[in-house]
Design a protein around this ligand. Structure first.
Ligand code: T4K
Length: 405
């Protein structure tokens, strides 16, 4: 006898939630030792030794000359747009976390959402090219799901138009991305990328982020901007704010980085296991674009195509939440359909068919620090069971509200 699904009255699979985005905690003894070092030195912030070491490690890990540590990824995008003097319209995908769009809007730039490729979920270079014009001030590619977007094709478009290619790499810590050489003339790379060190990322500083670049002048400007406009000599040279990362956050991230390779390897195993366990179900695929050889595999993304007749993505999601499997439907319904963008003039006419289709199908599964391999098997079995019993599940859900976040 198969177990009874929780949505049909059985006991939930897990007594406590299994989540997307469960933070990875570095070994406590290492954290405690770092905290002691910070407390003993009484150097808590303002370009302290842990921040400097983090910048060195991040630059080395990502193969760039400069990493500028910041208090979070969103502020990283904002400062980068400001430091590069971008004007006019910024082209970006709609299928991204809302922070990508907000960063540009906060800097009073116009946002132009364009469509994505169905296989990669990242910007479609052809759609970018079609949207470009004299008003275009920059392209922001998003390295989604810990994979890398079509950086070379986007860089070619940006080079031709003499505008910067910037990358939102918030989810792609650990992925090597091509960056332009200093001076900006070399082709085939981004001017800069922004990683996030938020608690939900593969490695975190609780909060935090960094801009990665080979452009030294840009890095220096960002370092001034993050510290009230002050240069290393204490002179105020530019408009600035306080976007600094504190020493404890930097130490937390540094201790986490020591485990990054092991975490990526574990993520790869989790993805592989989900793929095996969920193979051969009509209308269900695990996102795994073949084009990218590397990634951090931090997000496991299930695509549910309800045309195949079992459950819709949202029905399956409700059945799984009842089991304490807290899946997420990132980034439903897409930025262009979310406020404040949805009600902007002209938004009604904007239709991004691939983004909308993908946003209606994505279900992000618990992965990373949130699950063991044995739990991946259990979750997969519950997904299969819910899909097999789709008739009863649908009947049960009829007339009830979807109150999930
Ligand atoms: N660009 C992109 C493409 C991004 O994905 C992000 C951030 C950014 C830019 C901006 O970078 P930051 O400014 O954040 O550095 C979460 C994160 O807050 C956000 O950082 C992340 N993307 C986004 C994809 O996910 P929410 O609204 O989903 O967060 P929340 O609180 O619902 O948590 C997500 C899951 O993680 C839940 O299942 C609970 C779990 N969780 C979360 C936290 C904070 C924990 O178990 N423990 C925790 O401490 O945005």
């Amino acid at each position: 006898m198969p177990p009874i699904l929780a949505i049909l009255g059985g006991a939930p699979l897990f007594p406590t939630p299994r989540k997307v985005g469960t933070p990875f905690l570095p070994p406590r003894e290492l954290l405690h030792a770092s905290l002691d070092t910070i407390l003993d030195a009484r150097r808590l912030t303002n370009d302290g030794p842990f921040v400097r070491e983090l910048e060195i490690q991040l630059a080395e890990r990502h193969g760039v000359d400069e990493a500028v540590a910041l208090c979070n990824g969103s502020i990283g995008l904002q400062l980068l747009l400001r430091a590069t003097g971008v004007h006019g319209e910024v082209i970006m995908p709609s299928f991204t976390f809302i922070a990508t769009a907000h960063a540009a809007s906060w800097e009073k730039l116009a946002v132009r959402f364009v469509d994505i490729c169905p296989e990669t979920h990242c910007l479609d270079p052809a759609a970018v090219e079609a949207a470009m014009g004299p008003q275009t001030g920059a392209i922001i590619g998003v390295n989604l799901w810990g994979r890398v977007c079509a950086v070379e094709a986007l860089a070619e478009l940006a080079n031709k138009a003499r505008i910067p290619l910037l990358l939102d790499s918030a989810q792609a810590l650990g992925c090597r991305v091509a960056h332009q050489a200093d001076g900006g003339q070399a082709r085939g790379g981004a001017l800069a990328s922004v990683i996030s060190l938020h608690a939900t990322k593969i490695v975190s500083g609780l909060e935090g982020g960094a801009v990665l670049t080979n452009n030294q002048a840009l890095a220096e400007e960002l370092r001034r901007m993050r510290n009230h406009g002050c240069g290393a000599d204490g002179q105020r040279r530019t408009l600035g704010t306080n976007a600094k990362l504190n020493e404890f956050a930097a130490a937390f991230a540094l201790r986490g980085l020591e485990s990054l390779d092991a975490l990526i390897e574990r993520n790869r195993k989790i993805l592989q296991l989900y793929k095996e366990e969920l193979a051969g179900i009509a209308g269900v695929t695990v996102y795994n674009p073949p084009r990218f050889p590397s990634g951090n595999y931090h997000y496991v993304v299930l695509m549910i195509d309800s045309k195949h007749g079992t459950l819709t993505r949202d029905e399956l999601r409700r059945a799984l939440w009842a089991e304490n499997i807290q899946t997420r439907r990132y980034f439903h319904p897409g930025c262009h359909k979310s406020e404040p963008y949805a009600s902007r003039p002209g938004a009604g006419e904007r239709h991004l068919p691939v983004s909308e289709a993908v946003a209606s199908q994505v279900l992000v599964l618990p992965a990373g620090a949130g699950v063991t391999l044995a739990e991946v098997e259990q979750i997969s079995a519950r997904i299969r069971l819910a899909l097999r019993q789709h008739g009863a599940v649908r009947l049960q859900l009829q007339g009830t509200d979807d109150a999930l976040s």
